[in-house]
Design a binder for this molecule. Structure first.
Ligand code: BMA
Length: 764
């Protein structure tokens, strides 16, 4: 510490995050005791500092030991569904710390302790701008009316001017005030003429303004604060309709179908996440045509950078508070800690344009009613636990949102209906696990579609290249200890001894012939996951506007593992991510099969109608057309439209169903804007032939271009290169006979050769 530093009026020591129980000593003076990893601490420590070297010592305590002590004191256990600890030894609930650290069904148990966010000294004089809140009130074509609230702390009583510069320009937005020593909130109301709005990905540019607040005395700027602001309004609209209540987000006055995924931390050891991995993650979401990510409640309130990247890339955020699959203790210190945590995080994140919704918790209301948590509990304890639930999720958290971020909505629990009841497919949001845990066929996504599907998914293995990072050659089998270990989803409740790997195998064998080779099994697991994700998204979007959101579980992994993710720990895309990217395109054509009839829909996110040509064809795998129809169609804006319904039973005798494909295209003039294919039997019943696959590889600047042609239809064609991180413009696709497919390969590997390419497909 320099002499100069100590000359400042205030010298703060800031801890942005300590995980979790700690005593903090500065030169052996106890200056702070912590018990919540989700809050920051600012301590004026001028008096404790001396010129020269100073010692900061932080002593951490075991969260498990602390948790066990708290549990013993309370005299009862609390349901904590997903925590991977022996029954009655679950301690995650007692500590405000990332629930997934205690083990989850996609991540190991590593109950860490340490400094997880920056620690620094910040000195200031005269006055400080402590916080700012900016909200867009109304928007029309000509102007946006806005409010800014600025919290200042004044050390010297006097006359001050607060001014707001926008993109570096002073446009006369200011407020003069005589301020006494102490804390004050200053409010400025202003309008922006011809505002450039912030739009989610797909609907426009996510424009951000640079707002710079200056606090001046006379001509001297005493302190300033800059933030990036998107001018936008976002509303969760729940109004009565014929089936119940709507559940959709309206952005700048337009109902928007939410396309996206749930994110988990990209590292098990939370602070190990790099800037690079955040950039990659957000880029993968954006390029897959997503417009919303859900920060799920069993993890962390994400880093500022995450929200900044979402702002810049037009990805809205459904933000859970960090509560998942467990009840909470109700003692006063715990509730106060939750209150501070809610206030701190709401204030930290509220200015982000991306922030769309605050959600109280993940699956706690659902778990309480559906997962036998109440079995064997004393009546008094049951009442106490539910009473605590209501205090937290119906009182403390919504109050924090109301007071500190009134422009955004609060939703107490996911999944739920409008009156805090269990999901009923008529209102509210749902977690649809009928496929996966419910072992229903993939096609069942088309039945009884919910209003907003906040979670759904199916597991797949990561690529062989990723598997080889944790398994040796002799361990490449479903039953090896390491392959079992990397599967964290234990499903004893489905069947004793059953785990996620068994469920993948079960699903694969419903649709494919049991594979002999492990490598082929890995490929099939990805093909099946891709088929499920394609089907779910198409079914959800085709049910628009009844259904207005589809967020799959889960985008990413926190270690190399076998899970529901579409992008593995190394940011490598599974087949499903390519499928998701296609199914989330702004305009898609979909087809629902009911026995031997087909229903063709077009789904458009565009906000104006357009005319197009629908072309459908029934053909065999050599390309021979059996039936063809072309018709002009009008595509309605921002909804799904049924374009065609056709009974194919006469064209499709049962014994021939495995030889045919239904090919659908939407064209504007010569330009194809959407396409799809439907098969009438399970993959294992398809009569596929051995293909004569011809291909060519060319190198352009930093990319490779592979062109492929086959004499017969090739299903789920996967291209592999020796570069595990190669990225393809498309992969795992179906190749129609005698039609050229061009795939761009991005690889940092120099000199990729034609012979280096490996192909996998379902054909013999
Ligand atoms: C969802 C999530 C997580 C879990 C996932 C897979 O319901 O909320 O709890 O990891 O299911 O089981």
């Amino acid at each position: 510490v320099t002499d100069d530093l100590l000359k400042n009026d205030v010298v703060d020591l800031v801890f942005e995050g300590l995980d979790t129980y700690a005593d903090v000593f500065l030169n052996e003076d106890l200056i702070l005791t912590t018990d919540n990893m989700f809050v920051s601490h600012r301590i004026n420590c001028k008096e404790n500092l001396a010129q020269g070297p100073n010692t900061l010592r932080i002593h951490f305590y075991s969260p498990v030991a602390k948790g066990l002590a708290k549990q013993a004191k309370s005299g009862h256990t609390i349901p904590a569904h997903n925590e991977k600890a022996p029954e009655n030894k679950q301690t995650s609930i007692y500590t405000r710390k990332a629930p997934f650290h205690y083990g989850w069904d996609w991540g190991p148990r590593l109950v860490t302790s340490g400094i997880w966010r920056p620690v620094y000294v910040e000195a200031w004089n005269h006055a400080a701008i402590n916080d700012v809140y900016v909200a867009t009130k109304t928007i029309d074509k000509w102007q946006a009316t806005m409010n800014a609230w600025v919290d200042v702390e004044i050390l010297n009583t006097g006359n001050y001017t607060l001014s707001l510069l926008i993109n570096g320009e002073d446009i006369g937005i200011r407020k003069d005030a005589g301020l006494r020593k102490g804390k004050h909130r200053l409010e400025i109301e202003f309008t922006l003429e011809k505002p450039r709005l912030w739009w989610p990905n797909g609907l426009g540019e996510p424009w951000l303004y640079d707002f710079e607040f200056h606090l001046r005395r006379g001509d001297t700027i005493i302190c300033e604060k800059s933030i990036m602001i998107g001018v936008r309004t976002v509303k969760l609209v729940q109004k009565p309709d014929t089936s119940g209540h709507t559940f959709y987000f309206e952005v700048n006055g337009i109902p928007v179908f939410m396309k996206g995924a749930n994110v988990i931390p990209s590292e098990t050891l939370t602070p190990a996440v790099t800037v690079e991995s955040y950039r990659k993650l957000i880029a993968c979401a954006k390029s897959a045509n997503m417009n919303m990510l859900r920060v799920w409640g069993g993890a962390i309130y994400e880093e500022d950078l995450f929200y900044q990247l979402c702002d810049e890339n037009g990805l809205l955020v459904w933000q859970d508070f960090m509560f998942a699959c467990a009840m909470q203790p109700g003692d006063q210190p715990h509730l106060e800690s939750i209150k501070r945590e809610a206030e701190y995080n709401v204030k930290r994140l509220r200015n982000h344009a991306c922030l769309a919704l605050w959600c109280g918790n993940n699956e706690i209301m659902y778990g309480w009613h559906k997962w036998e948590w109440q079995d064997g509990l004393d009546n008094k304890i049951t009442q106490h636990l539910w009473g605590t639930y209501e205090k937290i999720f119906h009182n403390i958290l919504p109050a924090a949102v109301r007071h500190h971020d009134p422009k955004n909505s609060y939703w107490p629990s996911t999944p739920a209906t409008i009156n805090n009841n269990l999901p009923d497919r008529k209102s509210g949001d749902e977690h649809d696990w009928t496929v996966c845990f419910g072992q229903k066929p993939i096609d069942s996504y088309w039945e009884n579609v919910p209003r907003f599907v906040t979670e759904w998914g199916l597991q797949a293995f990561p690529s062989m290249q990723t598997i080889r990072t944790f398994a040796n050659d002799d361990e490449l089998m479903l039953d090896s200890a390491v392959i079992r270990h990397r599967q964290r989803s234990k499903l004893d409740w489905l069947q004793l001894g059953f785990d996620g790997n068994d469920l993948i195998k079960w699903y694969v064998e419903q649709y494919h012939d049991a594979p002999e080779q492990f490598e082929h099994f890995v490929y099939l697991s990805q093909v099946l996951q891709a088929e499920a994700y394609k089907t779910a998204i198409e079914a959800h979007r085709s049910a628009m506007p009844h259904c207005m959101g589809s967020l799959f579980w889960q985008l990413n992994d926190c270690w190399p593992t076998i899970s529901w993710s579409t992008i593995d720990y190394f940011s490598r895309w599974k087949a499903a991510h390519y499928a998701v990217k296609k199914a989330f395109r702004p305009v898609i054509v979909t087809v629902k099969r009911i026995n031997s009839s087909v229903r063709v829909y077009v789904v458009s996110d565009k906000i104006s109608a357009f005319d197009a040509m629908l072309q459908v064809k029934l053909m065999d795998f050599s390309g021979k057309t059996i039936f063809e129809s072309v018709k002009e169609v009008e595509v309605s804006p921002n909804t799904a439209t049924l374009l065609l319904e056709k009974d194919l039973s006469l064209l499709l005798p049962k014994d021939k169903a495995g030889e045919k494909v239904f090919d659908i295209r939407l064209l504007i003039g010569d330009k194809q804007i959407a396409d799809n294919m439907l098969f009438f039997v399970k993959p294992k019943d398809l009569q596929l032939a051995r293909p004569d696959l011809q291909y060519r590889l060319r190198q352009t600047d930093k990319e490779y271009l592979v062109s492929l042609v086959s004499d017969t239809l090739v299903r789920n064609l996967c291209i592999e290169t020796p570069d595990p991180d190669a990225r393809f413009s498309d992969n795992f696709f179906d190749l129609l006979p005698n039609q050229q497919a061009n795939v761009v390969i991005k690889s940092s590997l120099p000199g990729l050769q034609k012979k280096d390419l490996v192909f996998k497909y379902l054909n013999p």
